[in-house]
Design a protein around this ligand. Sequence first.
Ligand SMILES: [Zn+2]
Length: 152
Amino acid sequence: MSGEIERLDRIAAASRLAEFPVMLDAALRAQAHARAPYSGFRVGAAVLTSGGGVYPGCNVESASYGATICAERSAIVGAVSAGETAIRALAVVTPTPEPSTPCGICRQLMAEFGPDVIVFAASSLSDVVLITTLAMLLPLSFGAANLDEAAR
Ligand SMILES: [Zn+2]
């Protein structure tokens, strides 16, 4: 990882992480289950754990907008609910020709799993894939270390 956001096609993205095709397939299947009656913005995601497990997620919207959960957090919650503790990579798929990266809330939750989480942002309309790391998406992030400092 070169410390920047790279723009690749799906084949090149797969060369960076062997599990990417499985993650992308899981994210695309989850996208089909997205519940997005208000925005119409259907998103799928999948996380890859350190043990090799792949957990899907989709966005689930609520009429009380603040209760909505993004696909990325949905996938993380699924992995943690299954007993996983370490996330190696996350893939997100959006219905936009140019992929969309995770929102700020999702980036903050991903920070719980460390700055080296690899993030693949893909499109369900094109073969464009952005690849980066959480450290690039959320520099100078707030985390457990800040709480530890306050406790001293
Ligand atoms: Zn989000």
